[in-house]
Write a protein of this length. Sequence first.
Length: 375
Amino acid sequence: MRAVKWRIGFGARLLFAQALVILAGGITLLVVALGLAPGIFREHVENAVGPMTSEMAAHLDMAFSQAILLSLAVAIAVATLTALAVGWFVSRRAVRPLRGLAEAAGAVASGDYSVRVPRSGDGTELDSLADAFGQMASSLARTEKSRAEVLRDLSHELRTPLSTVRGYHEAIADGILPADRATFERIDAEISRIERLVDDVGRVSSAEERGLDLHFKDVAVGDLLRVAARAEALAFEAKGVRLTLGPDASTRSITVDTDRIQEVLANLLENALRHTPAGGLVEMSARSVAQGVAITVKDSGDGIAAEYLPRVFERFYRVDDGRSRGAGGTGIGLAIARALTEAHGGHIRAESAGAGKGTSFFVTLPARGPDRDCP
């Protein structure tokens, strides 16, 4: 038969600890008083009445010791009862918010992220704990909502190319389409699209979870911009969009993983090209700021309405049909750019005067990597 384990609550432990403190203080007071007080009392009596016989001295010592013992015993008993009463009240006040916090934590563990712990007013520490719990619950709620949206969007994104592949497969099986090179190229294009989508999701997840293996080195900002511009030059030329380099802060060097930052710039340039019509302009520039360097990619394209700006970096988010799958994007390029930028200790933001008025993306990177040693 298993032994029953007694579980003592925090309030009882607190009360017991207070009782031990009182008891220890009382015993200490009693020992010190009985050790010092009789001798001091006898000395004062002798100074007042003169020398005493040994019998009288012993009687005075006994009488004084008994008086001290009785007085201290009564005082300690009363003080203990009073302190225990006050301690019981205080422990109840201290335990109540902790009990509420434990219940709220249990609710969050069960999936209820709406629960909050009100401030008890029993101390700044407990109030700070309640505030921190509320922030944690809000963060978990946002994370859970984002997770659900990502799963839903990923399912939606995969359904279209998979349906297309199945359609081609059935058409070939039924003899509607010939099993020739052109048909298989179209199937291969849809499969490549699925692979690109899966790779993009993996990259952004690794970046957001700080799971990337970043290789930092010093590089001139101007070199980063020029390499990115050369890599996208043919695509811009084919669409008839002009790509220019503005001020590039060439004299400034930063410590980054050049491949990852090139990926950030490539995503921003591809996004700008996708939403800038032929004859439009995309300008890439950089300037020194207090934190390090701010890189700007500015286009004269579709623009973004103010209400959509806070969401442009979310996975799979598209503002409108102009930012659709048909335009060639997976809807995750900007999410990758944000994750890679933040992995470098920087931040990214978007600005637009509205629909049809172009968009500017600003990538701010620190001069040094985020607490990493450079080779």
